[in-house]
Design a protein around this ligand. Structure first.
Ligand code: MN
Ligand code: MN
Length: 324
């Protein structure tokens, strides 16, 4: 029995492979729906990879994740959280994009999230390349900078590519800090590794006050201490969770544009996300799933499972705040 009007179709009545695929089998609900204000958490696809500097394909991520996310069940065995009993959840569809115009795409995406935020909905998104997090933050951080727990092999705080191009999937958090959307002192980056173009890649963010936990420090500290440190950094202010699947080792997530060996395991990622329970979470995303490079389909499965893990802590956070 479902306690909320917006809840997933159960696989015990309608087989998981049947019907039209939506994110986690949730009802597809357009922003113009008269019941939109009843939705607490909106799952959203951003089918755009115009910020990709190397191997493209993340524009196909949302559709692939929609398909495989029909595997998601209701209750998180580890935490006991049933996000669908705590919050009304819906698949709000894909944002509008313009595949041949970067700036226009950023504006269209931000415009969509403006409506989501105005409807009082917390967004949980599937990319798309990592530049999509910038327009999401433009909509979310209207009242001042937010904090972030960022899982990635890369810092994504590079300045410019190809001369004077400020907007790529390697630059979103530099722009977000410059635009006053993201508080660097309440930002923690976990899983950073791989060869650099230059030392400036790490130095700029560190100078702004970002807490960078590279993969070697992660291994030395261990999961529990990294959770403690992440919670210390973001504190009790509004916090966004951004998960680039290249934070994971390519053994688990090969289907991505910029894989780096020596990454997180899927279980470490699950434990880390579960450790965010109780923070003041306002949204999240899983980005950089690139189906053309995902021969086994496993990257989309991993992404949809991590999306569910984020949904659990997000729903718990919203329900706790609403109960106050
Ligand atoms: Mn990234
Ligand atoms: Mn990355």
């Amino acid at each position: 029995m479902q306690e909320k009007p917006f809840a997933p179709a159960t696989g015990t009545v309608i087989p998981r492979y049947a019907g039209i695929a939506t994110l986690m089998r949730l009802p597809y609900t357009e922003l113009t729906d008269p019941r939109i204000h009843e939705v607490d958490i909106g799952l959203i696809g951003v089918p755009w990879d115009g910020g990709t500097t190397n191997r493209p394909g993340a524009r196909h991520g949302p559709r692939q994740v929609r398909d495989i996310s029909t595997m998601v069940r209701n209750i998180n065995r580890a935490s006991g959280i049933n996000p669908f009993s705590l919050c009304a959840c819906a698949d709000l569809g894909d944002t509008p994009v313009n595949p041949i115009d970067l700036v226009d795409s950023l504006n269209r995406i931000a415009g969509f999230y403006d409506h989501v935020v105005q409807a009082g909905i917390a967004p949980l998104s599937v990319g798309g390349d990592h530049l999509v997090t910038l327009p999401i933050m433009r909509a979310l951080a209207k009242d001042g900078p937010i904090g972030m727990v960022h899982f990635d092999a890369h810092t994504d705080t590079w300045d410019r590519y190809f001369g004077d191009c400020k907007y790529t999937h390697g630059t979103p958090f530099r722009r977000a800090i410059e635009e006053g959307l993201l508080d660097p002192k309440r930002t923690v980056q976990i899983g950073i590794r791989g060869a650099l173009y230059s030392d400036a890649d790490n130095d700029w963010g560190a100078r702004q006050g970002i807490r960078i936990i590279d993969i070697d420090e992660f291994q030395t500290m261990g999961v529990e201490n990294v959770i403690k440190e992440a919670r210390r950094v973001v504190g009790d202010g509004q916090t966004y969770v951004s998960f680039d699947v290249d934070a994971l080792d390519p053994v688990y997530a090969p289907g991505t544009g910029t894989p780096e060996i020596g990454g997180l395991t899927t279980l470490e990622a699950q434990h880390l996300i579960r450790g965010l329970r109780g923070l003041n979470l306002i949204g999240g995303d899983v980005v950089e799933v690139s189906p053309p490079f995902d021969a086994s389909g496993n990257t989309a499965l991993v992404a949809s499972t991590l999306l569910f893990e984020i949904l659990c802590v997000l729903a718990d956070s919203l329900a706790t705040r609403n109960a106050r």
